[in-house]
Design a protein around this ligand. Sequence first.
Ligand code: ADP
Ligand code: MG
Length: 259
Amino acid sequence: MTGFVCESVGFRYPTADGWITALSEVSLEARGHEIVSVVGPSGCGKTTLLKLVAGLLQPTSGSIRFTPGENGDRPRNALVFQDHGVFPWLKVVDNVAFGLEMQGVGPAERRARAMEFLQRIGLADFADRHPHELSVGMRQRVGIARAYVSQHPILLLDEPFGALDAQTRLLLQEELLGIWQEDQKLALFVTHDIEEAILLGDRVLVMSGRPGTVVEEIPVPLPRPRALAAPDRPEITEVKWHIWRHLEKEARRQLSIPG
Ligand code: ADP
Ligand code: MG
């Protein structure tokens, strides 16, 4: 089963003024077809954690072990960022096909697979447009489409809906849930939004302020497929406030609000 284990992972950035410890003693396990939400205050090292899992950074302490894929290699992953995720000079269809190009899939098949996915999510009419002709929300859908079309077993999402207005965000959350339901992958979903973490995740990992570490893991008591109305259920409200109590202190500190 695809998965990975982080064991006491730490990460420090070298800066002109010395080291900044972004993550300390992060231990977590993710495998199979689950969505693991990671929620934490801004600056606690969420993006750093995703980059470590993606292999873009190497832990400065501890280790990350992957369950090998079918060919014995480290399983591949697709990353979706909050912004800058699509290439402005590429058409929508080529943006979606980009991951396949990296895998050596030929141009005709790339285009066919990208078009098929665009069709499925209702973006086919925009295939030949460039990202600047699309709304921010549509651009994020292109980023998610690219990640899905690449067919990598691990999906890493870094606040993909963080820059969107509330209504757009609801629709995109619902869309992602629908896509995932049809083609389930292991996903690490990073967000600073507690409700979003609950709505999407099978469990929520709560991180402390910097240096970030996982302070609690909370299972989400919601069945799948999920409906958007679910967060109104009382047990969800309870989970939400429970997580907020973890994050409140750090949020107040950052804003200098006593409490
Ligand atoms: P988050 O995604 O949770 O907001 P990040 O992982 O981006 O947090 O950053 C964690 C901490 O590391 C922050 O304090 C940030 O300022 C610092 N940091 C991030 N990237 C760098 C870098 N390239 N050089 C130095 N410090 C960095
Ligand atoms: Mg971040």
